[in-house]
Ligand binder design. Structure first.
Ligand code: NPG
Length: 379
């Protein structure tokens, strides 16, 4: 698909803002429990408009090596100086990744900065992110990710509530000791027709193929990231031992990594998260290479506020997002969101924003009330 380019913008100032938001309920995965998020937001001021980007790194380096404090440091000291030093601050979102390329990794930080530039540039030209990305849907089905709980009874109640809310697909977090039993109980309680998948967040080993194959009887949509991120060959071994399709998340750090994993038979489905691959533009490339190879994708989530959630929706509306993603309603995680139009669930779907840029406006008063620090970096 040809996506038209738009004129660059001249950046006047970039603000790094940290906010603290408590989660409505603790969220436990195989790598840890989150009760509140310390979130880095990037605000770009350019030609009289502002653009926002959200960094999805967690408080600690548990999901990947990135974490919020390091993201702020690398953004302030390595990414922003390069961006502003290039062409006197005249920036095109399409070229941000290239300008930042000499800095190794730090994809979540790069993605947040690129998102802020893109948001400002699109607002400047009155274009929505969905249109810029090539979205083909105005709403997408909404799935929900359900954390590991203290008891199976608790899990059953939580899943029951989400199904009552209308979520059309359930993802259960699993780890050794919390896999066969919870999955069996959810199937027994809610039946075989509930679209169900599991996510291990790297918690298993290459020896666990026969154990994971015992999940096959539960007709799961997929099993996500059973092994550590760098074990692509191990995933190919597991994929041969289980009938349930293997999906990769942590391992897919770029479009090139997606091609490699697919060609090596390590996955037949890909979870796309913009932050994990260095930004929305690389995420679109991941989408495209998967589409070319007949590999379906779905949009993951990283406990984003309304800013990241709105952008995820624009991405999830692309044609090869044929599996239901993790873009759930804001209220699934936040008592109050920081934007004027939080994501809402309607008939099991969430709407793709249509206004310019991300399509959401930041609620400044509430944002200020949850802000813990602000740093300005000028041109
Ligand atoms: O809906 O935002 C959401 C959460 C979906 O389970 C979810 N995210 O491993 O995919 C994951 C997990 C995650 C959350 C990963 C936070 C990293 C940080």
């Amino acid at each position: 698909m040809v996506r038209e380019s738009i004129p660059p913008i001249r950046i006047d100032r970039i603000e790094l803002r940290r906010i603290s938001l408590p989660l409505v309920t603790p969220f436990r995965t195989s790598f840890g429990t989150e009760t509140a998020r310390d979130i880095l937001l990037v605000r770009v001021e350019a030609d009289g408009v502002e653009g926002w980007g959200e960094c999805v790194a967690g408080n600690e380096p548990l999901y990947s090596s990135e974490y919020v404090e390091a993201c702020q440091h690398v953004t302030a000291h390595h990414l922003i100086p390069r961006l502003l030093g290039h062409d006197h601050g005249l920036v095109d979102a399409d070229r941000v990744a290239e300008v930042l390329e000499p800095i190794k990794d730090h994809r979540m930080s790069k993605g947040a900065l690129e998102a802020a530039v893109l948001d400002a540039q699109l607002r400047q030209h009155g274009l929505s992110m969905a249109d810029r990305f090539g979205a083909v849907q105005n709403r997408v089905p909404s799935g929900v990710s359900v954390g590991i709980m203290d008891s199976i009874d608790q899990l059953v109640s939580a899943v029951g509530r989400y199904l009552d809310d209308g979520y059309v697909r359930i993802k259960l977090k699993i780890e050794p000791g919390w896999d066969l039993e919870p999955v069996a109980e959810i199937r027994r309680t809610f039946g075989d027709s509930v679209p169900l998948q599991v996510d291990a967040n790297t918690a298993y080993t290459r020896h666990d193929g026969p154990h994971l194959a015992r999940l096959d009887e539960f007709s799961l949509l997929l099993i996500e990231q059973p092994l550590p991120e760098d074990d692509v060959t191990g995933h190919a071994l597991i994929a041969r031992q289980v009938e349930t399709p293997v999906c990769l998340d942590e391992s897919i750090t770029s479009a090139a990594a997606a091609v490699d994993a697919i060609e090596r038979g390590a996955c037949s489905i890909v979870n796309i998260k913009a932050g994990r691959v260095g930004g929305y533009l690389e995420a679109i490339r991941v989408h495209d290479v998967c589409a070319e190879r007949g590999v379906p994708v779905w949009c993951g989530g990283m406990l984003e506020t309304g800013i990241g959630r709105a952008m995820n929706l624009a991405l999830a509306a692309l044609p090869n997002f044929t599996l239901t993603g993790d873009v759930s309603a804001s209220e699934r995680f936040w008592a109050r969101d920081i934007v004027d139009e939080p994501v809402r669930l309607q008939d099991g779907h969430v709407h793709v924003p249509t206004r310019p840029g991300s399509g959401v406006e930041v609620d400044r008063k509430f944002l200020d009330s949850v802000t813990t620090s602000t740093v300005e970096v000028g041109r």
